[in-house]
Design a protein around this ligand. Structure first.
Ligand SMILES: N[C@@H](CCC(=O)N[C@@H](CS)C(=O)NCC(=O)O)C(=O)O
Length: 230
């Protein structure tokens, strides 16, 4: 399929949540045409959307080119690179060590970063009671995950094979959401006061800035911020 023949992929997304952004970054980097459909949380639980994502969450994609509908951001990233990244710009040749290492990091992101960062945000920001033990537990996990990445990134620019891949992209949204201003530039990240990112995790912090410099990430976020301000 040449890029001119590719019909836009329909991406179901939401303004604030981190998970759809991984998909946007990969679509942008691979220059796959897509159209965004914003949906609010209550609508996600209605039958019309549950036909697309029985989990009632975003992201989900519908790809007319292949007839495939998919939810879970990690599965979507794997699908996109396996279907559209024939040049292996941000992925690796099947069967190689790098191919499996990229999957390893994506699984770590999905099972290690996403749920723990998510619970930490919940107990810091949304839980109706102040439960210090829960806040401590999940912030400790944020630090643990960041430490793993920091050790892996010692002397390396990116996680796998000396190039930026979908595995690197997948970690960006949760860091950006929790340690930096997200859309509202006046509001600092939720853990910005708790974690001295550059001091405690210098390799991870430098990597996040390296990723932010990539047009697929930096330009996408700037466009989004500009849209929200208007
Ligand atoms: N493991 C899922 C998590 C999806 C998820 O929790 N998405 C959030 C937005 S980032 C959502 O749809 N939340 C709706 C809700 O909690 O009702 C993935 O990575 O796709």
């Amino acid at each position: 399929m040449s890029s001119e023949q590719v019909k836009p992929i329909r991406l179901w997304t939401h303004t604030n949540g981190p998970n759809p952004w991984k998909v946007v970054f990969v679509l942008e980097e691979l220059q796959i045409p897509y159209e965004e459909h914003y949906i609010e949380f209550p609508e996600m639980k209605k039958p019309a959307f549950e036909k697309i994502s029985i989990n009632g969450r975003v992201p989900a994609i519908e790809d007319e080119n292949t007839g495939i509908t998919l939810w879970e951001s990690g599965a979507i990233l794997e699908y996109l690179v396996e279907t559209y990244d024939r040049a292996r710009k941000i992925s690796f040749e099947p069967g190689t060590a790098e191919y499996y290492h990229a999957k390893q990091w994506l699984h770590f992101q999905m099972s290690g970063q996403g749920p723990y960062f998510g619970q930490a945000v919940w107990f810091y920001k949304h839980h109706p009671e102040d439960v210090q033990t829960a806040k401590d537990r999940y912030l400790k996990e944020v630090r643990r995950v960041s430490g793993v990445l920091d050790r892996a990134l010692e002397g390396r620019e990116f996680l796998v094979g000396g190039k930026c891949s979908y595995a690197d992209f997948s970690f960006f949204p949760w860091y950006n959401l929790t340690l930096f201003p997200w859309y509202n530039m006046e509001v600092p990240g939720i853990f910005a006061d708790e974690i001295q990112f550059e001091t405690e995790f210098p390799n991870t912090a430098a990597w996040i800035e390296r990723l932010r410099e990539m047009p697929a990430i930096g330009d996408t976020l700037s466009r989004r911020v500009a849209t929200l301000k208007n």
